[in-house]
Design a protein around this ligand. Structure first.
Ligand SMILES: O=C(O)c1cc(=O)[nH]c(=O)n1[C@@H]1O[C@H](COP(=O)(O)O)[C@@H](O)[C@H]1O
Length: 275
């Protein structure tokens, strides 16, 4: 099954556009697990088990594992996700971007080592840095387009004076992903929930591409404005929330609190679709 088919299946089965982001930070774990990097898997597995029926996707952020030498726990988590929620796709957030020969190794890491269904990529180094990922049939690749952070302005909102019509850089990325770079329909775009006007602009340029939209929850993005700007019938949006779900409670009830927060966010998103 391709990433896009899995995405559609999870969206329908779980009535959800919510992506549960897995950014485990041991200093924020509850008593009993706190500050223990050996327990990253245990913490994540509890959150996953509490939210898997509410999610369109999961998004583990690789840095939170690698920083603690916990890649083995990420592999374990990927196996757990596959076994417990085989119909929910996993987007490995790695934000890779390098020359073709190195990109081949990163692609192998994402799709063969970790068994991810999709990956996040920086498009900064151009098409040959993206192409190795597209050789994995059916896998997805999300290009950073208009990111949720304030510094995204520094480059993404610059005008490309040499290109006809002078689009902004992020608009150009969206055009490339919609058109010439999307050889086999595997590309999607990352657009921050903190910039709904830009989500709308990207949706106009790329009417059918899946949009991965982080920034609701801890970064304060507006869930309702996000859905209005990005959701169209047949054009999936995947709205990520990480910290607001993972750390909804600092106590031992963290998994139940994560479920409540995931349910609340999912319902907010679904209601905005109907409005
Ligand atoms: O590619 C991403 O996932 C991403 C892109 C972006 O523009 N902004 C952004 O916050 N992210 C990631 O999305 C997650 C957001 O986490 P929270 O702010 O805790 O919900 C983090 O894992 C970020 O690395």
């Amino acid at each position: 099954m391709t990433f896009l088919q899995m995405l559609q299946g999870a969206q329908e089965r779980n009535a959800s556009m919510l992506c549960v982001g897995l950014d485990p930070e041991p200093t924020r774990f509850p008593a009993g697990l706190k500050n223990d990097a050996q327990r990253i898997f245990d913490f994540c597995a509890k959150v996953v088990d509490a939210t898997g029926d509410l999610a369109i996707a999961f998004k583990p952020q690789i840095a939170y594992f690698a920083a603690h030498r916990a890649e083995g726990q990420l592999e374990q988590l990927m196996r757990h996700l596959r076994a417990s929620f085989p119909h929910v796709p996993v987007i490995l957030d790695a934000k890779r971007g390098d020359i073709g020969s190195t990109a081949e190794q990163y692609a192998r890491e994402a799709f063969e080592r970790y068994g991810a269904d999709a990956v996040t990529l920086s498009p900064f180094m151009g098409f040959d840095s993206v192409q190795p990922y597209l050789r994995y049939e059916g896998k997805g690749a999300f290009l950073l387009c208009r990111t949720s952070n304030p510094g995204g302005d520094d480059l993404q909102n610059q005008r490309l004076a040499t290109v006809e019509g002078q689009p902004l850089l992020y608009e150009h990325v969206a055009k490339l992903a919609q058109g010439p770079w999307n050889l086999n329909g595997q590309l999607g775009l990352v657009v921050g929930a903190t910039y709904p006007a830009e989500i709308e602009r990207v949706r106009a340029i790329a009417p059918n591409l899946p949009l991965l939209i982080p920034g609701v929850g801890a970064q304060g993005g507006d869930a309702v404005a996000t859905v209005r700007a990005g959701w169209r019938a047949g054009a999936p949006i995947i709205v990520n929330s990480s910290r607001a779900i993972l750390y909804a409670s600092p106590g031992e009830d963290f998994a139940a609190a994560a479920r409540r927060e995931a349910m609340r966010t999912r319902e907010l998103l679904e209601a905005a679709k109907a409005a």
